[in-house]
Every structure is written in C-alpha cells, then in structure tokens.
Write a protein that binds this ligand. Sequence first.
Ligand code: COI
Length: 354
Amino acid sequence: MIAAEHFNITKVKYSKLTDINLENLPFGKYFTDHMLEVDYEDGEWKKAEIKPYQPLVIDPSLAAIHYGQSIFEGIKAYKNASGEAFIFRPLDNFKRFNISAERMQMPQVPEAIFMAGMKLLIELDKDWIPQQEDHALYIRPFMFSSDHMIGVRPSDKYKFMIILSPTGPYYSAPMRIYVEEQYVRAVPGGVGYAKAAGNYGAAMYATAEAKKKGYDQVLWTDAFEHKYVQECGTMNVFFIIGNKAITPGLETGTILAGVTRDSVITVLKEMGLEVEEKRLSIDEIIEAYKLGQLHEVFGTGTAATISPIKELKYRDYVMEFDVDSWKTAPEVKSRLNDIRYGKVPDSHGWMEKI
Ligand code: COI
C-alpha cells in the first residue's frame, strides 16, 4: 500500500514561476512545476512519483483514447493573508472521484495516494497559489485506462495523475443561457452523476450550437420530457424564487453532486433561506418569472464558483435579470470567499491545511 513516504520525488532544477505573473490569470492555461503520476497494474497501485511537469508518451492503442475510461476532479487551493495554504473540501472530491471510478469500471484510488499525494504536490508548488480575489490553484486529479489494447473491455492498467494550474475566474461576466430541448447531457441509468471525461465531450456540440445563436452556455433539460432543468453548462444551477432557493435534486442520477453546490446549500441555509432540492420544471420557472418572483439564477461549480445568469431563453420566451441589483448570489459568494481566503473562522471544517 502506497503512503506519502513512498512517493519518489524529483524536483525541477529551475522553477517556471519566474516567467508567470500570478495576477489576472486565465482559467487553466498555466501549469505548475511538478505533477503526480501513479500506475495501477496487476491489481495494485505502484510506482508513485512526483516529478517535473512533462508530456506523457502514449501508444496509439491507449485504451482511454478509444473507449473513454477517463474520469477527473476539480478542486481548489487558496492562500490566506499570512501565506498559509489550504485546500477546499478535498475529501469530498476524493469520495466523488471513487464514485466516478466505480461507475466507469475503474479501480478505486486509495486515500493515501489521492490526499497525501495531493498535499505533497501542492507543498512543492505552494508558491504558485495566487492570492488575488477570485484566483486559486486549480487542482486537477484524473485517471485513465492505460492498457495498450483495442479490445472492448475494462483495462488492466490505469494511470492516476494530478496536475495543478494557477487560475483566475472561469466565466468573467454574467451569462446568457439557452434552454436546450434537443440534446441531452445525461439520462437516468447513465453516467451523469459521474465526472466522466465523456460527459464534457458529449456536451460540446450542443454548447457550440447555442454559442452560434449568441448564448454562452445551455441549460440542460431532462432526457424524456425536456421539461425539468438539470445542469447549466458544466455547473449546477440555483433559482431564487420568492424567499426560497431551488436546485434540481440528485435523485435521478443525472446531476453531478457538486461540492460547491453542497457548500452553497449550506451557506444559503445559514443566510436564512429555505433550500429545496427537487424536480424543477421550466414551466414553474417561467411562471415565477411572470409573477416577478424569480429573483436570481446562478450556476455553481469549482471552476466557476458562483456565476450569475443574466438571460434565460426558452423557445421564444426571454427572461432577463438585473444582475447588479442581486443580493443573494453576491452574498453567498462573499461568504464562501471569506472562508476560502481565511478571513473568517472555518466553522464547517472545509479547509484542509497543507
Ligand atoms: C469544475 O468546476 O471543476 C469543472 O470540472 C468544470 C470544468 C472546468 C470542466
């Protein structure tokens, strides 16, 4: 069994950090000096390495490329004003990673590799954590099948890796959203609840079509009736209706159990709002809008944090929102940021010290 002391660490001779300005960063463009790589073979994890960030050499028959056994996570690390580094709720992402692994018939990654490895890696590249508001070190753990074999079957070999990217906001402006009724992201019994790479690839066509029409993202609806809202782009979605916050429930297995989603639910309740997780129809949303009861709509995700939606288009009907007058989403965001950047005590035990 691999533990922290078994990682073979090779450090870079020169850090790339001298060439990069950690302010006003785009999302996911730069990567830190080191990466983590562990191989699974013969039923066990072996050869755990942290080494300079470098390309992988792959065989054209690599199983992951052909059949898509590939999963990932998104986590963020922050620095407080005294320069101490913390990871936001990594254990929750670790658990979700193994739920995704199970659904994709991939091996479980032990906590000793995922958590201890992640901490070791971040410790090495700690200077890369930006301190600017809305910036963080984005942590990308991922696993893919690494057999060289084009027969369709679960692979015998897998690679688990973590790379790190100092990063700014994912969506920089409020979004215009197209309610999608033709294409679907997930179906009950499918892999919608897993963070499978293919979910993101499969979403690209519909998203590109929405972009051609002038929208930033789609609001996915259910596969059978195209009536119940699901996720928004790569995010979970919240609607503030009256004095209630409503978000689609997880029971159909078509929605990713977002760690940010869960944190937002907690914070909304602390702010005194009633939170309902339920099947929410587009008709209910339109009705609330017409009655002047639909106050705010926003997406939540690790990369996106809280992203306001300024327009929702359903068929010929357009719902517009005056994002600048909103109270709830900005307060949720600032309460979460206060916890993340260590400005208030972490009463939920969400921040894991490195
Ligand atoms: C995240 O929010 O971390 C995501 O996975 C979204 C995305 C960048 C794919």
